[in-house]
Write a protein that binds this ligand. Structure first.
Ligand code: AVJ
Length: 320
């Protein structure tokens, strides 16, 4: 059976070093300083995130896979079979393989910001699913994005796993969901993973693992900036900090400066006070009702939701 060649048929996203410099200097000149979590995912950051998904304290990935394996057929009944499946944040993991086996789409459109990761996982999936047409799209879905869809395709299905929707402020999440609804069209479905509100000690442990892998993931951001922007961050002078902010129901990750210091980045001196932090990530935690209300504001109707027995995580089927 000839393997359908995976093609990056559409690679619109190619940030330049100038873009990175602009984004980093802009974020570090705000008060409080903040950087976009998409900057975590250089090659090393993606490897560290893969290691995070295996950690005992980090329940989301294994819990979501369990829900997909248990309810895959019911999800396929909702999303439809032998159609077009778009995935935001292209999976190399068990998640997308479970869904592809249940939905058996004709076309799979993985969308990812990192071209290497996108291509590697597309080729691996092309081997595993020889008859599947894979149109890989390199794009940053946090902004407006176009996909290589044929005009005749209708009632499309999309998969947005991992609770990555939680990385967005609620109003940005609404905007992203609106854009996805526009891509899917009337009658289209979105299957989306959402991490649920729960005991803050469970949440905090998931972002402060005993082995320090999440700390390394967070600090790797400074190493990337040193390499790509010729900066001189001393990573031993910053500390990983993650806590649940109950007021807004989100995990916050920060890098805290352990002393008064100044860092050179792209020829600019950036001052840090002792105790000052760079806010590197939000991970919002929703109740089922709150998330369905947000989805409704974005033009979706909540059709069905599946959870694990301990209600740690949820997978929602939304219809445009
Ligand atoms: C991939 C964004 C869903 O927010 O839980 C894991 C990233 N950050 N540990 C999350 C992450 C720290 C993860 N997402």
């Amino acid at each position: 059976e000839p393997t359908q060649d995976a093609r990056v048929s559409f690679c619109d996203y190619h940030p330049t070093i100038a873009d990175l410099r602009e984004e980093v200097l802009q974020g570090l000149s705000q008060s409080p300083k903040r950087l976009s979590p998409k900057l975590f995912y250089d090659r090393r950051g993606s490897q560290l995130f893969d290691a995070i998904t295996e950690l005992p304290e980090y329940y989301p990935t294994r819990t979501e896979i369990g829900i997909l394996e248990t309810h895959g057929e019911a999800m396929a009944d909702r999303l439809g079979r032998e159609n077009v499946l778009i995935e935001l944040g292209s999976g190399s993991s068990l998640k997308i393989q479970t869904l592809l086996a249940a939905l058996r789409p004709h076309v799979y459109v993985p969308v990812d910001i990192s071209k290497d990761h996108l291509l590697a996982s597309a080729h691996a999936l092309a081997e595993r699913f020889p008859g599947l047409m894979i149109l890989a799209a390199c794009a940053d879905y946090s902004g407006p994005f176009k996909l290589p869809l044929e005009p005749g395709w209708s009632q499309l299905a999309a998969f947005f796993p991992g609770s990555s929707i939680g990385n967005f402020e609620p109003q940005e999440a609404r905007g992203l969901l609106r854009r996805v609804a526009g891509v899917l069209g009337e009658g289209g479905r979105l299957l989306i993973g959402v991490d649920l509100r729960k005991d803050p000690s469970l949440l905090s442990a998931a972002y402060n693992d005993a082995q320090g892998v999440t700390a390394a993931f967070n600090l790797n951001l400074l190493t990337r900036i040193n390499r790509e922007l010729e900066a001189d961050f001393d990573t031993s002078a910053f500390r990983h900090k993650a806590f649940f902010n109950a007021e807004v129901s989100r995990i916050e990750m920060h890098l805290e400066s352990l002393c008064d210091q100044s860092v050179r980045i792209a020829g600019r001196e950036i001052p840090f006070k002792q105790g000052e932090t760079i806010h590197t990530e939000c991970s919002y935690k929703y109740s089922i009702a709150d998330f369905q209300a947000l989805a409704r504001d974005a033009g979706f109707e909540a059709e069905e939701v599946w959870t694990d027995s301990e209600q740690l995580f949820s997978v929602h089927c939304l219809r445009v």
